[in-house]
Design a protein. Structure first.
Length: 477
């Protein structure tokens, strides 16, 4: 039966579920508050440059190919996903030694051996254990890709969302049991930070991400991730989906515990059989649901927030030291994480992630400038206010670490834009920090949540997988 479906928000999670449902013949309308679609993936403007604003690491890239599998030929041709053989480069804070983590285990083992032959000998056991956790959680072989596809996609989200440790250990204990050298530990410890979680309190089952990365690789999209948004919008509109930009939804109307429609900011009511909110469940409840039962029962537990620096640089020194994804692993990492997740203090030497697209595609302009994004985790806004003065202190610490890795780096900055936790919250409606809630609230019928807040872990993977799960559930009703 064809339904009238309203989606609030045009982030990747909103657009992806819109494409899936429109492809099934439903009448789908997306309302986007901003004048530009894409939410966190829309891109950010810095002088005359347009940078990727959010997602850069693309795990399980087949989720995207799968979403576009029935798209018109010309759209599919523009979707160029490339595998990245060298996944991460992780430096110690002196900027001296680095660990390279590849998709190919042999290459990773060789890189570990340069730093710690003893840890290199343990790498096989680490691989086996991560693959076992992955299999146990999904109850299927990593090799079983076709028939088990649906299970993999929804299974990963569900599994990572459960807080029960597989081995009754934390993720950090799991990594530290396998490796003893601090830099090697650092090369495998950081994954929970990407989704705002503390490696020292996260469950060990997060280790399955290593198996996922080995199995499916990490990909990047030619032309940057904002290209994904452009292609999703094109596909959605060709499926006769309607996208209203600059049109904020003010309220979700609920009657007898079932959604009836939405009310726009000018007061106009629009009926809908189903409503899918691309805002986080917490934001949906706080801002859009005024009457009837509350969809979230327990109070959210927030993870960390971030400082994001968007940079235009010219002639950076030691450019060859950078990979697409480069990490600076500080000394005293556990104290650093303690500061980020449990205190209102800033770590003395920050953990830093650098995204440098110039490594994979030439962005060279006539004047030799390139773009770069630098991210560091910070205590969330419920722990600390994050004033402008504090942001300047953090900026100084970040630049000092970058200057150590790439001496003279600071002088190469031509433009910069600093996005504080407060600005992230204002720009992207982010919560105080990250948190996760189920895809479907128990007490309100025909309401769904799509996006990266519903399944812990993998950003775009959660957004794309939730889109597929919602379209499956609506189709089955
Ligand atoms: C700095 C940064 C780095 C990241 N790096 C990665 C990465 O490397 N890999 C990865 O997989 N993920 C990454 N992520 C996460 C990734 O950006 C998201 O998972 C992805 O963009 C999906 O977002 P979403 O669908 O949940 O919705 P969002 O992008 O949050 O979109 C929600 C949309 O709803 C709109 N909206 C809000 N209120 C209303 C209203 N009242 N009415 C109408 N519209 C409304 C907003 O304007 C927005 O467009 C990163 C995020 C950030 C911030």
């Amino acid at each position: 039966m064809k339904r009238s479906i309203t989606i609030i928000g045009s982030g990747v999670g909103g657009l992806a579920v819109g494409c899936r449902l429109a492809a099934l013949g439903h009448q789908v309308t997306i309302y986007e508050r901003n004048s530009r679609p894409g939410g966190k993936a829309a891109g950010v403007n810095l002088e005359s440059y347009w940078l990727d604003s959010g997602p850069t690491i693309l795990r399980m890239p087949h989720l995207i190919s799968d979403l576009f599998s029935k798209a018109p030929e010309d759209i599919r041709q523009q979707l160029q996903l490339n595998q990245l053989p060298l996944h991460y480069r992780v430096y110690e804070s002196s900027g001296g030694r680095c660990l390279d983590v590849y998709q190919e285990p042999e290459q990773t083992r060789n890189s570990i051996a340069q730093i710690s032959p003893e840890d290199a000998r343990r790498y096989d056991a680490f691989q086996h254990e991560t693959a076992r956790i992955y299999r146990n959680n999904l109850q299927l072989e990593p090799e079983r890709t076709n028939g088990g596809m649906q299970k993999i996609k929804s299974g990963i989200g569900r599994s990572l969302s459960s807080a029960v440790p597989v081995l009754q250990a934390t993720y950090a204990q799991f990594v530290e049991r396998h490796f003893s050298h601090p830099l090697i530990q650092g090369g495998f410890l950081f994954h929970p930070i990407f989704f705002g979680q503390n490696p020292y309190t996260s469950p060990d089952k997060i280790a399955m991400i290593h198996a996922i990365e080995r199995q499916w690789g990490i990909a990047y999209l030619q032309g940057g991730m904002r290209n994904l948004v452009r292609l999703l919008v094109d596909y959605f509109q060709r499926l006769s989906g309607k996208l209203y930009l600059g049109t904020a939804v003010d309220q979700i109307e609920v009657a007898k515990d079932r959604v009836t429609g939405i009310r726009l900011q000018d007061g106009e009511f629009r009926q809908a059989d189903y409503i899918i909110s691309n805002l986080s469940p917490y934001q949906t409840q706080a801002r859009l649901i005024r009457t009837g039962p509350k969809p979230i029962q327990a109070g959210p537990k927030f993870g960390c927030s971030f400082l994001v620096m968007y940079l235009v640089v010219r002639d950076i020194p030691h450019r060859e030291k950078l990979n697409l994804h480069t990490i600076i692993h500080p000394d005293g990492f556990s104290n650093n994480m303690q500061s980020v997740f449990h205190t209102d203090r800033f770590a003395s030497s920050p953990w830093i992630y650098i995204y440098f697209p110039g490594v994979i595609e030439s962005q060279a302009t006539d004047d030799g400038t390139e773009t770069m994004v630098v991210i560091t985790p910070l205590p969330n806004l419920s722990l600390i206010e994050h004033t402008s003065k504090e942001m300047l202190t953090i900026r100084r610490k970040v630049l000092s670490a970058l200057n150590t890795l790439l001496p003279g780096f600071e002088e190469t900055i031509v433009h910069e834009k600093i996005t504080s936790p407060r600005l992230l919250q204002e720009t992207y409606d982010m919560d105080w920090g990250t948190h996760y809630q189920p895809i479907r609230p128990l007490l309100i019928d025909r309401l769904f949540f799509s996006g990266d807040s519903v399944w812990r872990g993998l950003g775009l993977v959660s957004a794309l997988a939730s889109a597929e799960e919602i379209s499956r559930q609506i189709s089955n009703e």
